[in-house]
Design a protein around this ligand. Structure first.
Ligand code: HEM
Length: 140
C-alpha cells in the first residue's frame, strides 16, 4: 500500500508541475508576435502535454484508484475523499481545457489575451491547496 501511495504522490507532483507550467507558456505564447517564437511555443507545449502531463495524470488517477479500491470499505463513507474526488474532477476538466487551448494555438485560433492566461494560471493553486488539505487533514 505504501509503495502505491508513494507512486501516487510522485505522479501527482509531476502532473502539477505540468499544470502550473503549461498556462505560463500560454501567457508568453499569447504575447509572441513572430512566427518563429509561436512555432517554438507550440512544440514546447505539445511536449509538456503529451510527455509529462498526460502520462502523469493517468498514473496519478490509476494509483489513486488502486489505493481507493484496496481500502474501499473504509473510504466509501468518508466525506473528505468524496470532496477530494470532486476537486480532482475539476482538475481533470482544467487539464482538458489546457489541451483545447493548445489545439487552438496550434491552429492559429487563440482567442484569449496574456492577461486571461495569467488568471487562468492561478486556478490550479486553489485545487492543490484544497486537495492536499482534504487528504491530509480530513476535516470531515
Ligand atoms: C482520481 C484521482 C485520485 C484518487 C482516486 C485518489 C485517492 C487517494 C487515496 C485513496 C489515498 C490514500 C489515503 C490514505 O492514506 O488513506 C490518496 C493519498 C493521497 N493523495 Fe490522492 N487521489 C487522487 C488524486 C490525487 C490528486 C490529484 C492529488 C493532488 C494533490 C492527490 C494527493 C494525494 C496525497 C498528497 C495523498 C497522501 C495523503 C497522506 O499520506 O496522508 N491525490 N489518494
Amino acid at each position: 500500500m505504501l509503495w502505491i501511495k508513494a507512486f501516487h504522490i510522485i505522479a501527482v507532483t509531476c502532473w502539477f508541475a505540468g499544470i502550473f507550467y503549461l498556462p505560463r507558456l500560454f501567457v508568453y505564447h499569447a504575447m509572441a508576435d513572430d512566427d518563429t517564437s509561436k512555432e517554438r511555443f507550440i512544440i514546447m507545449e505539445r511536449k509538456l502535454l503529451r510527455g509529462i502531463m498526460n502520462p502523469s495524470a493517468i498514473a496519478a488517477v490509476l494509483f489513486g484508484s488502486i489505493l481507493m479500491w484496496m481500502n474501499w470499505a473504509t473510504y466509501q463513507g468518508q466525506g473528505w475523499l468524496h470532496a477530494k474526488l470532486t476537486l480532482v474532477i475539476l482538475l481533470i476538466a482544467y487539464h482538458l481545457m489546457c489541451r483545447k487551448i493548445w489545439l487552438n494555438f496550434s491552429r492559429g485560433e487563440n482567442r484569449h489575451s496574456h492577461v486571461y492566461y495569467r488568471w487562468f494560471n492561478e486556478f490550479p493553486v486553489l485545487l492543490l491547496v484544497g486537495i492536499v488539505i482534504l487528504v491530509v487533514v480530513r476535516p470531515f
